[in-house]
Ligand binder design. Structure first.
Ligand code: NAP
Length: 247
């Protein structure tokens, strides 16, 4: 990648792992386009936190599971920033239930955001990465995509699918100097895991060799490395960030 000013698009970056990643990349002087779908207030606060690093931050309301909305969003970001250098597909949801109780809507919602959303954003950004002959794509998978997890058939399937997308697109774009990698976080302390009961949290913690959950910053550090010039010869890789959980 060139040493010119860069722009990163991060989906779901008004909180959690996405916001930590936005701040980490901003600390390296990278401008940030945040894709969000939740509260405007949260998005406004995130914008201020990112801008505090002296970079440009713009917020784009978009449902990544919607093909046309994602297309329009990427086009607007291209128009505003003049190009995209980094795409981090972080947006994700859970609708946990055991298979017997899970209905079709729970399955479809999670697949549509986590898996199709990743496809949509890559589909709409890849042409300009290929033209520029440079780019970084990092997809957020999960250890559940590697090892499965009772109560998460929809989520595990979506995250395993993200690994499939990662490896396939890595092969398709490698000759254009575009790297595509995934991270597979374990139990990370964000809103997503905060909703779990204390007993489930305790159970998780017990099964982690390092004996604790991870922080959003610990995930953001690895994503930032994969987005950096130092990671120029890594593609199609999946890096676990899980304190040894899926070892
Ligand atoms: P989080 O705090 O719940 O954040 C999820 C983000 O996704 C939010 O910013 C949300 O946007 C965004 N989002 C959800 N649906 C969207 C949609 N349709 N379009 C656009 N954005 C959407 O969760 P997190 O823990 O930071 O998770 C971030 C990623 O890491 C997810 O892909 C998750 O599956 C993955 N992950 C998390 C863990 C963990 O233990 N926390 C472990 C493994 C993998 P708004 O803020 O605008 O609502």
């Amino acid at each position: 990648m060139s040493t010119d000013k860069k722009t990163a698009v991060i989906t779901g970056a008004s909180r959690g792992i996405g916001l930590a990643t936005a701040k980490k990349l901003a600390s390296k002087g990278i401008d940030i386009a945040v894709v969000y779908i939740g509260s405007q207030e949260e998005a406004d606060n995130a914008k201020k936190e990112i801008e505090a690093f002296g970079v440009r931050a713009e917020m784009y309301y978009c449902d990544v599971s919607d093909f046309e909305q994602s297309k329009a969003c990427v086009e607007k970001i291209m128009e505003d920033f003049g190009g995209i250098d980094i795409l981090v597909n972080n947006a994700g949801i859970t609708r946990d239930k055991l298979l017997l109780k899970m209905d079709e809507a729970d399955f479809d919602a999670v697949i549509n955001v986590n898996l199709k959303g990743t496809f949509n954003m890559i589909k709409h950004t890849c042409r300009q990465f290929m033209k520029k002959r440079s780019g970084r794509i990092v997809n957020i998978s999960s250890v559940t995509g590697l090892m499965g997890n009772a109560g998460q058939v929809n989520y595990s399937a979506s995250k395993a699918g993200v690994i499939g997308i990662t490896k396939t697109v890595a092969k398709e774009l490698a000759s254009r100097n575009v790297t595509v990698n995934a991270v597979a976080p374990g139990f990370i302390m964000t809103d997503m895991t905060n909703v779990l009961s204390d007993s489930v949290k305790e159970q998780f913690t017990k099964s982690i060799p390092m004996g604790r959950g991870g922080t959003p910053d610990e995930v953001a550090n690895v994503i930032a490395f994969l987005c950096s010039d130092e990671a120029s010869y890594i593609t199609g890789e999946v890096i676990r960030i899980d304190g040894g959980l899926a070892m």
